[in-house]
Design a protein around this ligand. Structure first.
Ligand code: C2E
Ligand code: MG
Ligand code: MG
Length: 556
């Protein structure tokens, strides 16, 4: 790790040299002959000083003026100053403290006192750039030191940013308590700092994320894999510590936050967390990448500019191949970025609280399209709209949905909502009754992505659904593992017993279709029949189905 830097400002060469000698083992020391020179060094930005040792009486610019200059630049919060003057008159000291100095030494200097006080003051101010728990840099401290380091590096392309995500840290916290969780974080940061990677700078971000800067040639995935999954002892209990890593190689001197984002983005592309829990950022990821800040800032104007389009994916009856319904899926056609995948912007909108606006937009759009087609005598099917867990925290959204259902005069099931298990917490907290109310007003509820997470069963036990959608990840495995068709058959059986119909999502091949038919799956959604279609194409699709009598008729 890199040493902390100290700036000594004194016109006496002897004083500077003495202090320099006392401190140089522990710190990186720079000298200035007067206040003006010191300000120039600080402004140049080649150094990140953690402390200034300041003489008061100097030519050109004295210590008082220097303190005033620091104050003007608002640097005092992060750069403490200790006075090292022979002038210890009450008046001078009062004036220096008044200008923001934090401590003073008198001459002659006692090496032990100097070292201890320097250390104390530096650690007192460390909270502005350190993470108190682990002693790693804070996010701001990390950005500051890394950017400074890279500016001076001969060849920035030798370095990489590595983003670590601890697995199941929330569970660790609840199993082991906050103390246990803290212990794990400290352990991980120490292990990381002392690893063969020899990172130059390490920071901890939101709870269980660590980021470091290291030399790319020291990245050894095999060695990292060996460390991954180690069992450690947390207050007498064994715990396995696993992590995932995203790596971004630095290619030019750009803001480090961008590389941190890239490394984090690479994390999202990890496909097998056990065999290969790491991924390196590449340009393909960049093409898909819309930075969270862009999503947030562009969202409202994009919505106004009609850049969001609703697509419709047909859902077919398994036994007959007739179209039975459709799912509304949002698409963002961004003027600069082109087609943006929903999984890249929906999580961002959920974080920012904008998602309900988008879901509302989809709901309104679907309603008006279906109404228009019906009025024109065109064929329609019920279309389901996805609801985010956020919607259940949004009173306006809930009120709107209920109003819409109250004013709707069509048959039960003509309005449908898809809900995933991620809504479980929100529903449990304050909105469990909403689902029952929606159903009593004629809406059908679809349990989306069944089997992709852990609490789908909890959802089924607490709420009643009309239709269950088996997640694509399970359909994918139908042909891979002999047990899977049996599991799927049992799920379908269970649903039928509970009075639910079943949709299989993501069906792409005939063999998947046949297995699902054999398991008595009711409906099929997937590329095998159709991709999600823009409105006009969906209209044609429906017309074709109608003319071939391949449409399930609903009585209204
Ligand atoms: P979902 O609700 O599970 O939607 C099904 C996803 O599977 C869609 O992805 C669809 O395009 C994709 N898919 C369907 N059949 C196949 C197939 O045969 N092969 C493959 N590879 N994929 C298939 P999409 O449109 O990218 O949407 C992703 C997720 O984004 C959706 O998953 C849903 O959770 C969310 N989403 C989409 N639109 C909205 C919306 O309007 N509001 C909210 N809150 N979420 C939405
Ligand atoms: Mg869905
Ligand atoms: Mg789904």
């Amino acid at each position: 790790m890199v040493k902390n830097e100290i700036l000594i400002v004194d016109d006496s060469e002897i004083n500077r040299s003495m202090l320099h000698l006392m401190l140089e083992d522990e710190y990186e020391v720079t000298e200035a002959e007067n206040g003006a020179e010191a300000i120039a060094i600080i402004e140049k930005g080649d150094h990140i000083f953690r402390l200034v040792l300041l003489d008061l009486v100097m030519p050109v610019m004295d210590g008082f003026c220097f303190l005033q200059e620091l104050k003007n630049r608002k640097l005092q919060q992060q750069l403490p100053v200790i006075i090292i003057s022979g002038d210890t008159s009450e008046e001078s000291l009062d004036r220096a403290y008044g200008l923001g100095a934090v401590d003073f030494f008198t001459k002659p200097f006692n090496p032990s006192i100097v070292n201890h006080r320097v250390q104390n003051v530096i650690s007192l101010y460390a909270h502005s750039y350190r993470d108190i728990l682990t002693g790693c840099y804070s996010r701001n401290g990390f950005i500051q030191v890394v950017e400074n380091f890279l500016q001076r590096a001969e060849d920035v392309s030798k370095y990489s940013v590595i983003f670590y995500d601890l697995k199941n840290f929330k569970a660790t916290n609840s199993l082991m308590g906050i103390d246990g969780g803290d212990f794990v974080l400290k352990h991980v940061s120490k292990g990381l700092i002392n690893s063969e990677l020899e990172p130059l700078f390490v920071t901890r971000l939101e709870a269980d994320h660590f980021v470091c800067l290291a030399e790319s040639e020291k990245i050894d995935y095999e060695a990292m894999m060996r460390d991954n999954g180690a069992i450690i002892n947390v207050h007498g209990k064994p715990l396995q510590v696993r992590f995932r890593m995203g790596v971004a190689r630095i290619d030019s001197l750009a803001p480090i936050a961008g590389y941190m984002d890239r490394a984090k983005l690479a994390l999202n592309y990890i496909e097998d967390e056990y065999l290969k829990p790491y991924a390196e950022f590449d340009e393909k990821m960049a093409e898909n990448y819309v930075n969270a800040a862009v999503v947030t800032s562009d969202f409202e104007t994009s919505l106004e500019n009609d850049e969001f389009k609703v697509y419709y994916q047909p859902v077919m009856e398994a036994a007959t191949g007739k179209i039975a319904s459709a799912e509304a899926l949002i698409r963002w056609i961004h003027p600069d970025r082109g087609f943006v995948r929903p999984d890249l912007f929906i999580p961002v909108l959920e974080k920012d609280g904008y998602i309900s606006k988008l879901d509302l937009f989809v709901d309104l759009k679907v309603t008006s399209v279906l109404k228009e087609w019906k009025e024109q005598g065109l064929p329609t099917v019920p279309v389901s709209v996805n609801l985010s867990w956020m919607d259940f925290y949004d009173e306006d959204m809930i009120r709107f949905i209920l109003e819409r259902l109250k004013s709707n005069k069509s048959a039960p099931g003509s309005i449908r909502y898809e809900i995933t298990e991620s809504s479980f917490a929100a529903l449990k907290e304050n909105r469990g009754d909403v689902l029952r109310e929606m159903q009593s007003l004629g809406a059908w509820l679809l349990m989306d992505d069944f089997g992709s997470g852990y609490s789908s069963l909890g959802m089924l036990m607490n709420y009643k659904f009309n239709i269950l959608k088996i997640d694509m990840s399970i359909v994918r495995k139908l042909e891979e593992k002999p047990e899977v068709p049996h599991i799927v058959e049992l799920i379908i059986n269970m649903c039928h017993h509970l009075g639910m119909k079943v949709v299989a999502e993501g069906v792409e091949t005939e063999s998947q279709l046949n297995m699902l038919k054999k398991a008595e799956c009711d409906y099929i959604q997937g590329y095998y029949f159709s991709k999600p279609l823009p409105e006009a194409e969906f209209k044609e699709f429906l017309a074709r189905c109608k003319s071939e009598q391949k449409i399930v008729e609903y009585k209204e």
